[in-house]
Design a protein around this ligand. Structure first.
Ligand SMILES: C[S@@+](CC[C@H](N)C(=O)[O-])C[C@H]1O[C@@H](n2cnc3c(N)ncnc32)[C@H](O)[C@@H]1O
Length: 270
């Protein structure tokens, strides 16, 4: 599964960078760089005259990027900037050729402000290329399914877990699910971009078969969300937990269900 994730990440990186049409000598800004997935790729493309700004709100992640960049033999110059996507005031107006970004807007409440900042820092003719997961479709509520696994045989118990989960994270729910590709186009347009394109990938597939029920129960979709084990302890009785885990074990073992993948890739020209 790790290999599958790595190759999916690599193909998203390549698509976002290809769509950015990075030229040798470009000055590229990677917003919310994380461990530098896009920035490191951009560094190879800008050549020795180019420059990549790695920016993130996390200093710890910027340290990771510094280390990773130090290990790259060739490529352009780099700088590291602790900044929120909604406040890039450390970067001059019209000073950037290309803004790249992946999986950051979904964490931001004021997405319009972020897009306005991307627009401000770009020079005329500069472009932004980004990719965002569309949780509005991918994580839509589907009664009887748990992370894509089919537990319809215990659908009554899945509903109890679902309600407990919603109660635990009502606030981040609205934020993480709050947009689709058309919303992003409208936000980019309002930020001043006149030419905007999206390419959206929607896919369905059975989830992977797995026999590590205990690991699954201790996993949460993000660090702030409760694990399935915690939800079961909170919402189900002892016999219900047994019935639910039996159903879930079966679904995991056979890889029974339907997993959704949804990403949109937007690019826009200043
Ligand atoms: C899912 S990671 C994506 C990392 C990287 N872009 C990638 O493609 O691997 C989200 C990143 O956004 C950063 N982030 C979250 N909120 C942010 C904000 N308001 N401004 C800038 N970065 C933010 C996080 O620190 C994290 O590194």
């Amino acid at each position: 599964m790790r290999a599958e994730n790595q190759s999916r990440l690599a193909s998203m990186r390549d698509l976002i960078l290809d769509r950015a049409e990075i030229q040798a000598g470009d000055r590229v800004l990677d917003v919310g760089t994380g461990q530098g997935l896009l920035g490191l790729g951009a560094l190879e493309r800008v050549g020795p005259q180019g420059h990549v700004v790695f920016s993130d709100i996390s200093e710890a992640l910027l340290d990771d990027c510094r280390e990773a960049v130090a290990q790259v033999a060739a490529g352009g110059h780099s700088t590291f900037l602790a900044a929120a996507a909604t406040d890039l005031s450390a970067i001059g107006t019209a000073s950037i050729d290309v803004v790249v970004e992946r999986a950051v807007l979904l964490f931001i409440e004021d997405r319009a402000r972020a897009l306005s900042e991307y627009h401000r820092v770009l020079r005329s003719g500069g472009r932004v290329s980004l990719g965002e997961p569309l949780n509005s479709w991918m994580s839509a509520d589907r009664p009887g399914y748990l992370w894509g696994y089919d537990v319809t045989a215990a659908a009554d118990l899945e509903r109890k877990l679902h309600l407990a989960d919603r109660a635990a994270r009502a606030a981040d729910d609205a934020l993480l699910r709050g947009f689709d590709d058309r919303d992003l186009i409208a936000i980019a347009r309002a930020a001043g971009f006149q030419r905007v394109e999206t390419q959206t990938e929607l896919a369905l597939a059975p989830p992977p078969a797995r026999d590590d029920l205990e690991v699954f129960l201790d996993t949460a979709p993000n660090p702030l969300a409760p694990t399935t084990r915690a939800l079961m302890a909170q919402a189900l009785s002892g016999t219900e937990i047994e019935r639910f885990t039996d159903t879930l074990r079966e679904a995991l073992h056979h890889g029974r269900g339907e997993r959704r993948h949804a990403m949109t890739f937007l690019r826009a020209w200043r």
